[in-house]
Design a protein around this ligand. Structure first.
Ligand SMILES: [Zn+2]
Length: 160
């Protein structure tokens, strides 16, 4: 399947949280990310939602379509991108704003009401479990995205 055609997703089992891997002072949004992804030759932005630094929710790719955000799971997932996630040296950093987490919480609650059977994960949690112990541990992460522990955050902020 090529990323140049948008196809409808047949099932939705995962809500995947990402970051844009940009610095805290980079106030970008869906428009900028769309341009980056089109430069890679994609039809449009790979994520379905983008949450800007000020907490504004922006729509990306049509929610009903297969996204381009996580290897091996695009056909069954919705991708949400928080803007930020790296420090001034480009290293992973949980630098998201309270407004972004608030918007994320609301969005996940809303998506869960429409896709009740979905599991919410961070991108890094979908890295291959190379040693087969049923836990994807930091040494197995292909990427640090989204630069925070989504599972731990959900325990404190369960979607309503
Ligand atoms: Zn990601």
């Amino acid at each position: 399947m090529t990323n140049n055609t948008l196809t409808k997703r047949k099932r939705t089992s995962l809500l995947v949280v990402h970051c844009s891997a940009t610095r805290r002072d980079q106030d970008i949004g869906a428009l900028q990310i769309t341009q980056w992804h089109q430069q890679r030759g994609w039809a449009t932005i790979g994520y379905h939602y983008v949450i800007r630094r000020n907490g504004t929710l922006e729509t990306g790719r049509d929610e009903a379509c297969v996204g381009a955000h996580v290897a091996g799971h695009n056909a069954e997932s919705i991708g949400i991108c928080l803007v930020g996630g790296v420090d001034m040296l480009g290293k992973p950093e949980n630098n998201f704003t309270a407004a972004q987490f608030e918007t994320l919480h609301g969005l996940l609650g809303e998506l869960r009401s429409r896709y009740p059977a979905t599991r919410i994960v961070g991108h890094r949690d979908l890295s291959p479990d190379r040693n087969g112990d049923n836990h994807v541990t930091p040494n197995e992460w292909l990427k640090a995205c989204p630069s925070f522990d989504v599972g731990a955050w959900l325990m404190l902020n369960p979607p309503r």
